[in-house]
Design a protein around this ligand. Structure first.
Ligand SMILES: [Zn+2]
Length: 677
């Protein structure tokens, strides 16, 4: 059992922001020279004289950048931010030039066409296939005129999505709800009152100010008893950046959305696709638009009766408690919260004393020991970026070091919000023959523990930790020797969340929770009564929730699939159509949710929003095999390890799934786990 030499790890404490830009520039110019040299080759291109050196140089660059970019996210300083910002365009230009390099593209293509190609390892063939695909999607083999057109469309799309986001920001900030009478605020929490009083003070106003930022908006729409004001707030929120509502026509995103759809359609056609939905699927697990649509429609049919039951229960409840005759959109969040409280009387805070973090981590490591035979050992002699950071080595049952991880779990200032996993370095076989072990960063933002005490987590936070650790395992346990498809590299977008969502299931299992919990004073595991409550509340309004996600998914996908340049986007009409199929409650006529649908118009989810549900089907169905054989069954655990976690992006996710499950994925386990059966 050889452990990692600390000298092989990044020296976080030695990073000097002032030097970063020069270091990155130097690394890039070294790579550019190297690429030029490689392409000056007169002998035939091979893996050894082209692909291996390319892997080496790109690995050097990303290992140089990874700790910098990570520190920028978790221990930001002015100097670090300046250096980071200076490097971004340089890196972006480097990668754009790389993907537009025709000589490089042709050189890789010549390897794919050479006789030795068939003797390559499947991972090598997959890397070459992915590379050629990505070069093509970047427009490398277009005719010169089309190339110009491609560049212009990309530029236009980037401007349009920036404009889309700016309009939302401006519209969100431009409107506030100013309340001067205390009685209009009945129902709100002390925290919400304090925050809104603060908002008022900042604006030199008396009373309370609510904004359209989500935390402020949701605190009011969920808890304020004043129905009139909820209506006013809802209308302002649901009409941001549109032709409706208090700021109708200012910052209106409608024409921008139409232009985005048009440009995406043109881009897809330029690259030889019928539409943008097809283009989007070129890098995803779902094979055809028909498959995506059939998948979504099927879920709609199965979930609709449950969504109808949910909304019926909500209507009845509103009638019963307040005599409400007509439940409106601005009543839904309010009565939902009330009903949740009445039915379950469960607060996340109730669970906290049972989840001290050291107990949760110990239990989590015990679970992966049972499932995969892993042994996880903490080390204290490595350099990190903050005293709260911990470092672990992950060994398999043969005592082989498989990888390492840094955990950085607590919130503090100058640290980005949220939780995520990032890779510090990936697994690959070095030229000398030894293995570079994969290393992951696991970042969360839990409440910091008091001195000498263990941090106490809510059950939601335990889920978050498991989710991110699931990503880490996917990255660390890979056995692939080629960087391009090792770990999470080269894994299709709609399959990336599979191992992370999958690992969350253990947080809902009674037996597993016994390992994970222990009261911080008495050591007592999570009591049965609390467990029952947790399980009962788990699927509250699951039907409505599922339908909402399906509405977004279908709207997004059909909008890109059915785009017709002769009639334009038909955005509202299409959304109305989708809603009439999916929704269990009609939206107000003024509702313009689509005008702030940033995932799709300003993010990476265009014709890909369905991915969330797609990956959930995989994770639910994979977990159901454990339900059949026992959730700690070592044989099933090893099968998941070998067929999924070790494989990285070497094969299509569907093939990997079938190898593990013995058949194609079924939506039934997802419906069962969500209480929709
Ligand atoms: Zn994730």
């Amino acid at each position: 059992m050889t452990n990692i030499t600390p000298s092989a790890l990044p020296k976080f404490s030695h990073i000097i922001p002032e030097n970063i830009e020069a270091i990155i520039k130097q690394a890039i110019s070294k790579n550019n020279n190297e690429i030029k040299k490689l392409l000056n080759n007169s002998t035939p291109y091979t893996w050894g004289n082209l692909m291996a050196p390319l892997e080496e140089m790109n690995d050097q660059l990303s290992k140089c950048w990874a700790p910098i970019s990570h520190m920028h996210a978790v221990v930001e300083t002015d100097a670090l931010r300046a250096a980071y910002k200076a490097c971004l365009p340089i890196l972006s230009d480097y990668y754009t030039d790389l993907m537009q390099n025709e000589l490089l593209y042709k050189a890789i293509q010549s390897i794919a066409e050479s006789p030795v190609y068939s003797t390559f390892h499947p991972a090598q063939r997959k890397i070459i296939a992915n590379d050629l695909r990505d070069f093509k999607l970047a427009g490398v083999d277009l005719a010169p005129q089309d190339k110009i057109c491609y560049g212009e469309l990309q530029k236009k799309l980037s401007q349009l999505s920036t404009q889309f986001s700016e309009n939302i920001l401006d519209a969100t900030h431009a409107w506030t709800l100013h309340v001067t009478e205390r009685e209009n605020l009945a129902g709100l929490s002390d925290e919400a009152l304090e925050l809104s009083a603060q908002n008022a003070k900042e604006r030199q106003l008396t009373g309370w100010v609510f904004t359209l930022d989500y935390p402020s908006y949701s605190s009011f729409i969920k808890y304020a008893e004043n129905r009139e004001l909820r209506h006013v707030l809802y209308e302002a929120y649901a009409t941001r950046a549109s032709d409706q509502g208090p700021h109708a026509g200012r910052w209106d995103n409608t024409p921008i959305m139409d232009s985005i759809l048009k440009a995406r359609h043109e881009l897809a056609q330029l690259l030889g696709f019928h539409n943008f939905a097809e283009y989007s699927l070129a890098t995803k697990m779902a094979e055809t638009p028909e498959k995506v649509l059939a998948f979504l429609h099927d879920l709609v049919v199965k979930s609709k009766p449950f969504g109808e039951k949910d909304i019926h229960a909500l209507r009845e409840f509103a009638k019963e408690v307040d005599g409400l005759e007509q439940l409106e959109a601005w009543d839904v969040p309010y009565y939902t919260e009330k009903l949740r409280k009445t039915r379950y009387a469960l607060s996340q805070e109730d669970c906290r004393p049972y989840f001290p973090i050291h107990k949760v981590m110990k239990g989590m490591f015990a679970i992966v020991n049972k499932l995969y035979g892993l042994k996880i050992v903490e080390r204290h002699d490595v350099d990190t970026w903050h005293p709260q950071v911990q470092f672990f080595e992950v060994y398999d049952e043969e005592g082989q070091l498989r990888g390492c991880l840094y955990t950085d779990l607590y919130a503090r200032s100058h640290k980005r919000e949220g939780a995520w996993m990032d890779d510090c370095q990936g697994r690959r076989r070095l030229v000398e023959g030894n293995i570079q072990v994969p290393i992951a960063f696991l970042t969360c933002n839990f409440t910091r523990p008091l001195e000498n005490k263990s941090a106490l987590l809510t059950h939601e936070e335990v889920l978050t930790l498991f989710h991110e650790f699931g990503h880490c395992l996917h990255h660390i346990l890979t056995q692939v020797d080629f960087l391009g498809v090792s770990g999470i590299n080269g894994v299709a977008w709609d399959a990336v969340e599979f191992p992370s969502q999958f690992f969350e299931f253990w947080c809902w299992d009674k037996e597993a929770l016994k390992l994970l919990s222990g009261h911080y004073e008495t050591g007592e595991p999570l009591p049965d009564a609390l467990y029952e409550k947790l399980m009962a509340a788990k699927n509250f309004q699951a039907g409505m929730h599922m339908l909402r996600q399906l509405e977004f998914s279908l709207f997004d996908f059909r909008m890109h699939l059915e785009y017709d340049p002769t009639i334009g986007g038909r955005i509202q009409a299409l959304l109305d159509e989708v809603r009439s199929e999916v929704s269990v409650m009609s939206a107000p006529r003024f509702n313009r949710f689509q005008n702030t649908f940033s995932h799709v118009f300003a993010g990476g989810y265009a014709a890909g929003y369905y991915s969330y549900k797609w990956a959930e089907v995989l994770s639910s169905d994979a977990f159901s095999k454990f339900e059949e054989h026992g959730i700690f069954d070592p044989k099933t655990g090893r099968e998941f390890l070998h067929h999924i976690l070790e494989q990285g992006g070497t094969r299509e996710p569907m093939d990997l799934f079938i190898a593990f499950r013995g058949r194609e994925p079924s939506i039934v386990p997802l419906l069962q786990h969500s209480g929709l059966m």
